[in-house]
Ligand binder design. Sequence first.
Ligand code: LLP
Length: 469
Amino acid sequence: MVSTHPAGVQDAGTQYLPQRRNTNTNISPNQELLPLTAKANSQGNLEIGGCDVTTLVEQFGSPLYILDEETLRTACRQYRDGFQKYYPGESQVLYASKAWNCLAVCAIAGSEGLGIDVVSGGELYTALAAGVSPAKIYLHGNNKSREELILAIESGVTIVADNWYELHTLVDIVETLHATSPSKIRVMLRLTPGIECHTHEYIRTGHLDSKFGFDPNDLAEVFEFVSQQPNLNCVGLHAHIGSQIFERQPHRDLAAVMVQWLRDANKYGLNVTELNVGGGLGIKYVESDDPPSIDEWVKAICEVVQSACAAENLPLPKLLSEPGRSLIATSCVTAYTVGSSKTIPEIRTYVSIDGGMSDNPRPITYQSVYRAVIANKLSASHTETVTIAGKHCESGDILIKNAQLPKTEPGDILVVMATGAYNYSMASNYNRLPRPAAVVVANGEANLILQRETYQDLIRQDCLPERLK
Ligand code: LLP
């Protein structure tokens, strides 16, 4: 890490606090490392949402996901208001709940007027249980089961059809199951745009060699087929090019390509009025990450769709987008307790914490990098370079290599930043570690949103056949 301070003055955890608070209310959460409410309190400890992080850990245990409601709501509003500001047509922002799907997060997004993108029966069930209107829920997935499709149809949500098999299954379901009262199913079509972007290979989805969506070469055939189905109401087109993207050009290219598809679809007699440009805006995980703001991203998309529609003389479609990471990542931190450490002279010092790859699988899966602070030593100079190790029986279970921190001791509270996206939602019970609890904090109050799993929870699904006892 390169110090931003003059020679001789060392970095400290306070360097990560949002700097422009109170002077600029339009801070884009995805350009910060800590939640917008983060500050050092009078004890010098990290405070989020008016709550002392060390007290939260005493109260709710460790590790603990801490979700800052204000940061999440700010991001929701920046997306929603951005579309209203830059797009004269109708718009709808969907929260891509794969980033973190649970009742409280769906409810917060829903209360800000966002819809929800779900990718499984389980995510759909949760969004419905959170009280989100089915009219604002969109079901994705490259291999939805018949049961998932039936749940979606019966709940009245929109289905984003991904492939031929699914289209045929949908037609079959309506013809057999709903033969007595066939109703039109609201579908969108997911297309693969063939747009390359610079991100990790596993989280790129828009290039042609992708398991998602219809091949653009099949478009004519797909449009023709769908236009002949009396029970399918094809309302729109969808594409998503990938995740953690910092460039704006791929999204501009995508928006332009989608308007061409819209024009083509309507040549087949389809009345396609919605375009969903997906998600993918990146966030700052480390100081050098420099993503565009939410406002800049939304503006770029809106401009392209408007000018492409004007060029084609098309009415403006309803414009949808479905951000996940940039909506939620920065609003959450994970607090851990420091335990053992091991120094290998002239090689490195490992500092172990009470979680790891089970609550944050991103470093081991994508080599993702994170930053951390010590909540109870926020102003202490960063004098040490250590490697933060998880507690799993696996050498690769390293959360942060070469973290710059003050001297750590057992009992210190290590806080990893920007863990709101793809952490809890990808968490596992590897080594039978119970999943941590999560709290939402606002105005000095903390409420549990996910209970800590117990050992009883871990064996809840286990069966011990009589003959093995
Ligand atoms: N829409 C679709 C169809 C998607 O597949 C995704 C993400 C999104 C929207 C939201 O993208 P976002 O705004 O979050 O970039 N587990 C990986 C990320 C996988 C993304 C999968 N699809 C990670 O931890 O980096």
